[in-house]
Design a protein around this ligand. Structure first.
Ligand SMILES: *[C@@H]1O[C@H](CO)[C@@H](O)[C@H](O)[C@H]1NC(C)=O
Ligand SMILES: *[C@@H]1O[C@H](CO)[C@@H](O)[C@H](O)[C@H]1NC(C)=O
Length: 628
């Protein structure tokens, strides 16, 4: 436990340092072009407390209805990583003309759009009402608004800035921001080299005549309110201010990676640790004392050549390794669970080591995809060994199902969600080329590796069992209420869920409310606690089930382990009710779709952990007793 605490203290005191410093910086000289790239528009949580997210759909910056100024020759899509595309980035170039240290404080016109129709205006106003935010990138840094953390007064950079404004004092009439004050912070490492270390944007709305010469004056001007009944024009202006900063390039992300309330992560950690300690005590008491007492008694009885009857879990020694129902389905689930488990562990290790720098957009998702693809071998191996141990005989079918069922399910769900995104005109839909890449990764690498793994798995064959299976199955006596499958699943899921629910809130917020999540230290430790809790709780319940002379523990162990997934589902619905106010059907379907995928993956991972832990424990129990 002390190691855990030391580890925690070590990695969390620098919660901001989870990225590799020293990836190559870009040096600019005076007058060099500094490119501004535009990313998709995303819905943002409004500034006030208990604000709710109103949509989940991203829109391309150059969606024709937004009428933003386009670069000469049309927008050009920028190359992106697989993970970046999957997580919704759609990056294009822009017509902003920014040159290092030039035009300091000059008011510049970007363009005048003079035929904004009533239809476009309505679209824009709706997006403003839904609190959409613009996402720009300059030299890899997201444009941010400077905000104050009300809890401790710290200044931090909040990524993205408002498309418009529909709060007071405009009395709920949405005003479009058509002027951007861009403050670029630069650092000068050597006399003629300049580096961008901060990008801040203050958007504002300048109404009045759009055709007149621009002044960029924001004081005392009326806001630009788009009429939804007539054609009008919008003038976009911007002003760049270069401001020297002491922040060196290596720490330029620190301002962005603001952890809102570190205390809440600590609370979550302490909460998890309390649960783990409680469990460890309980399990060590029950298992170590009871089981070893059982074992010594069983062995003593056997020695005294008595005809005394057996009792407790020893009674079912001839049944525990009997082939369960549907061994194929069980082993396929365990195989896939092991594959995801390996993927999550390795991704978390990468994140902890700081390889998943936020400046490498989408690196988290890319690493996850690659790990999942290459761990196909692990899935195949585990699945085929478990299948053989359960007494399954149709090895080919097992290998085939392991390689195909889960990817197909995920693919179908993502495909359906994509369909809804396309219907809603969102840019979040995964492009055809990316879909193709994923299918190729799956068929070309993951499935063959899974088959190779399955080959080695079946070569190593079934795990040896310490006791033989009786030819005739025993009768199962009536079970106590708390051991009924549903009751035990929900009961046992409560502990791992209780250890994780605070972090789960942050994970959901980063998935759906595009809040950046960088507290990987907390996440990794929470994941470890969840795995440990799941394993111990499942072993405990398996022990109870066997003591009640019910030997059908295989599926029970998987279900009991996966019990937390039901609580995750319930929590996801609670999150929807309390933090989201989705008004479009597509947003609702999107949320439910992704939530169900998340729950499915959680179920497979925790179920697998529970099953394998119980299997291990049962082999230990029964190899310790003597059977005549
Ligand atoms: C740009 O102008 C601002 C004030 O308008 C000033 O503080 C800053 O030092 C100027 N930057 C450069 C590089 O001249
Ligand atoms: C430039 O930076 C200084 C200190 O870092 C700050 O006080 C000032 O407001 C900044 N100027 C602009 C235009 O943001």
């Amino acid at each position: 436990m002390r190691t855990v605490l030391a580890l925690a203290a070590l990695s969390f005191s620098w919660a901001n340092a989870f990225y590799l410093p020293g990836a190559a910086p870009h040096d600019y000289h005076r007058g060099d072009q500094v490119d501004l790239f535009v990313n998709a528009l995303t819905p943002m949580l409004a500034g006030y407390d208990d604000a709710k997210l109103k949509s989940l759909i991203n829109y391309d910056y150059y969606n024709p209805k937004f009428r933003f100024c386009e670069p000469e020759g049309g927008p050009v899509k920028q190359p992106e990583s697989l993970g970046s595309i999957l997580f919704g980035d759609r990056i294009f170039n822009s017509p902003y003309d920014i040159r290092m240290l030039e035009n300091n404080g000059t008011c510049q016109t970007l363009c005048l759009v003079d035929d904004v129709t009533a239809d476009d205006a309505k679209f824009i106003n709706d997006r403003i009402r839904e609190d959409y935010a613009l996402n720009w990138l300059i030299d890899g840094l997201p444009a941010a608004e400077m905000k104050v953390d009300t809890r401790n007064g710290d200044l931090f950079f909040d990524m993205g800035f408002n498309l418009g404004n529909d709060d007071e004092p405009y009395f709920d009439v949405p005003a479009l921001n058509n002027h951007y004050e861009i403050v670029l912070r630069y650092h000068q490492p050597s006399p003629d080299d300049y580096r961008v270390v901060g990008v801040l944007v203050w958007p504002s709305s300048i109404g009045g005549s759009q055709e007149a010469a621009p002044t960029c004056e924001t004081e005392g001007v009326s806001p630009l309110i788009l009429s939804e009944t007539q054609t009008q024009s919008i003038r976009y202006t911007y002003r760049v201010t270069w401001n020297e900063s002491d922040t060196p390039w290596a720490t330029r992300w620190d301002n962005y990676l603001h952890i809102f309330d570190p205390r809440i992560h600590w609370f979550s950690l302490v909460n998890s640790l309390v649960i783990v300690i409680f469990l460890c005590v309980m399990v060590s008491m029950i298992l170590l004392r009871t089981v070893s007492r059982d074992i010594s008694r069983y062995n003593a009885i056997d020695l005294s050549e008595d005809v005394q009857e057996d009792w407790g879990w020893k009674l079912v020694h001839g049944e525990v390794f009997r082939t369960p129902r549907f061994p194929l389905a069980l082993s396929v689930m365990v195989g896939n669970g092991a594959q995801i488990c390996a993927m999550v562990s390795v991704t978390l290790i990468f994140a902890l080591l700081g390889f998943l720098s936020p400046s490498n957009r989408g690196s988290l998702a890319t690493v996850m995809m690659i790990c999942w693809t290459f761990f196909g071998g692990i899935g195949g191996y585990v699945s085929s060994r478990v299948y053989a141990s359960l007494g399954g005989t149709n090895k080919r079918k097992n290998a085939f199902m392991t390689a195909t069922v889960l990817p197909t399910v995920i693919f179908v769900v993502v495909f359906l969600l994509n369909f809804f995104l396309l219907m809603a005109g969102s840019s979040g839909a995964v492009p055809f080329g990316t879909m193709l890449t994923i299918v190729l990764l799956w068929f070309g690498i993951s499935a063959p590796l899974s088959t190779v793994g399955a080959y080695f798995g079946s070569k190593h064959g079934a795990i040896q069992h310490p006791v033989r299976v009786n030819p005739i199955p025993r009768q199962i006596p009536p079970q106590p209420k708390y051991l009924r499958p549903w009751a035990s699943t929900l009961l046992s899921g409560l502990l791992p869920f209780g250890a994780a629910f605070v972090e789960l809130y942050f994970v959901l917020s980063s998935l759906f409310a595009s809040r950046a999540y960088y507290a990987f230290g907390f996440l990794a430790l929470t994941a470890g606690v969840v795995a440990l809790t799941t394993a111990t709780v499942t072993i405990l319940f398996t022990y109870f089930v066997l003591c009640a002379e019910d030997y059908r523990w295989h599926w029970r162990a998987f279900l009991t382990g996966g019990g937390s997934a039901f609580w995750v589902l319930a929590y996801g619905l609670f999150y929807w009710a309390s933090r989201l106010s989705l008004d479009s059907m597509s947003s609702v379907i999107l949320y439910l779709g992704y939530l169900l995928l998340l729950v499915l993956l959680d179920f497979l991972v925790t179920g697998t952990i529970g099953f394998l832990a119980s299997y291990w424990a049962i082999r230990r129990f029964y190899s310790a007793i003597r059977i005549d």
